[in-house]
Structures are given as structure tokens and as C-alpha cells.
Design a protein around this ligand. Sequence first.
Ligand code: C5P
Length: 283
Amino acid sequence: MTTVEVFAPAKINLTLHVTGQREDGYHLLDSLVCFAHVGDRLTVSPAPSNQLTVTGRYAGAVPTGDDNLIWKAAGLLNRAFDVTLEKNLPVASGIGGGSADAAAALSAMTSVMNCPMPGLEAQLSLGADVPVCVMGGLVRMRGIGDQLEPLDTGAFPWPMVLVNPGVPVSTPAVFRSLASKTNAPMASPFELGPSPIQMDGFIDWLAQQRNDLEAPAKELVTEVGDVLDRIQAQSGCLLARMSGSGATCFGIFAEDDAARSAAQALSAEQPDWWVAPSIGPGF
Ligand code: C5P
């Protein structure tokens, strides 16, 4: 029987500008998204009925019932599957979680069944971040997550360290606490494609952009400020910022070794936190 194994990388919002709100409550975003070298793993094969086995550090936090997005993905294809999920990423943590798994599940399921990928609206019905996770790479994401512009660069070249303090964050609660829903989009003059991104000055440009959800997340989860300060204090850290609605934050480093050392130091400082270096070739 055909079995497919897929990687579900952590989604990182390098920027996340909230530029408006629709009448249905969803927020309009302008976000630069990349994917890390750490993530969950799914093994998928066709089966007479749905069956899910969950392993990994965060296995206990995964809902195994019909509400799991993996089964909503299977529902879009009208098929049943045997799925093993190695849950390495913390849940409710701003780095894709369920959306990353749902996107990877769609990719694996369509591959084993040799059927087409469901369209944008169907992907969106699973979650606003699912389409960008299906696309992968380096992407400018606008609308509620439905307007995607892949950026023609083979790589987001810098190593990163991802840090989560172990406090789950409710995305709707963070959006509700956001003081202003209409903020400026990502700034020019940095030219974000479609031609290859010029990496010179990119970190400087990035530092001038924002994650608008950082302030409300810091108010709701006091650990977020501590996480950012500790990452920023590491030698060689070019930029520290929160991803999504938190509480996971990332640091960008110039060198692999600096990222490795920072991850070791942060783990030693806070042994209970999830600390993951993301090091590898471009995406
Ligand atoms: O689409 P998803 O289920 O991942 O979104 C979770 C929650 O985050 C939504 O119910 C909504 O409250 C909020 N959200 C939002 N605007 C977005 C994406 C998510 O308000 N663009």
C-alpha cells in the first residue's frame, strides 16, 4: 500500500501588520511568511476508516477527535486515511500548528490518492494560514491569508532560533486585545518581489517592520517580553520578534554557529522552554 511521509514546517511570520478588519470579524493582514527547518512529520496511507496515532513531545496536546484539522482535510477529499503525526511543535503557539499539519496532510493525501489539491476556498475553510502553509517558501500574505505572493528567492538565508515559553495563546483573544485594527502595511522602499529579493539591507528593513500582535500578546502573556529580551541578548542576534499571535518568538542570526550557541544558552537558562535552532539550506 502507498505510504507518504511529509514534513510540516513551522510557519514564521517575519512581519505581521494588521491593516483592517472585515465585517465578519476576520482581520486583514500584510505579512511576510517563511518556513523553518523544524516541524512536525506526518505519515499517511489510505485506509478503510480514519485512524490517527500521535507521537512526539507535544502528542498529549493534540485533539484526536473529528475536530482535528487532519480529518477536516481528509473530509475535503472524501476519503479515509491512516495517519501518524509526530507532534514536535508546541500547539497554540503562533507557528502554524494545526494549519501546518492540515496543509501537510492535504499534500500527503492528494499524493497517495493521486488527486488534485483542493482549491483556495477549501483550504481556507480549514484555517486562514492553511493556504500559505500549502504554498511554502517565502511569501507575502495579504487579505485574511487568501492573497499570496510567492517571492522569487530560493532562500531565506539566515539561521533562526525558535523559542516558546510553554504558555498556549488564544489567537482570537490576542486579536480582540489589539488596540488599533487599522495599521500601516509593510513599508517600501524594500522591494518585495516578484523579482528575487535583494538581501542587502533586508534585516534593516525587517527591523523597521512590525508584528502588531506583539503588544497585545505581551499584555496577555507576560512571558513573551522575557522570551524576546532573552533572544535579543544572545550574541550574534540580528533581530528578535514574535511570530503570529504568539507566544513563540524567533531570533535571526548571521551564522549557524551563533544560532546553535544561542539555542544551547537559552535551553540552559530556561530548561522548561521549547528552544529549537532552525539551521539548513534555503527553502
Ligand atoms: O482561521 P483560523 O481558525 O486559524 O483563525 C483562528 C482565529 O483567529 C479566528 O477565529 C479569528 O478570531 C482569528 N483570525 C482573524 N483574522 C485572520 C486570521 C485569524 O481574526 N486573518
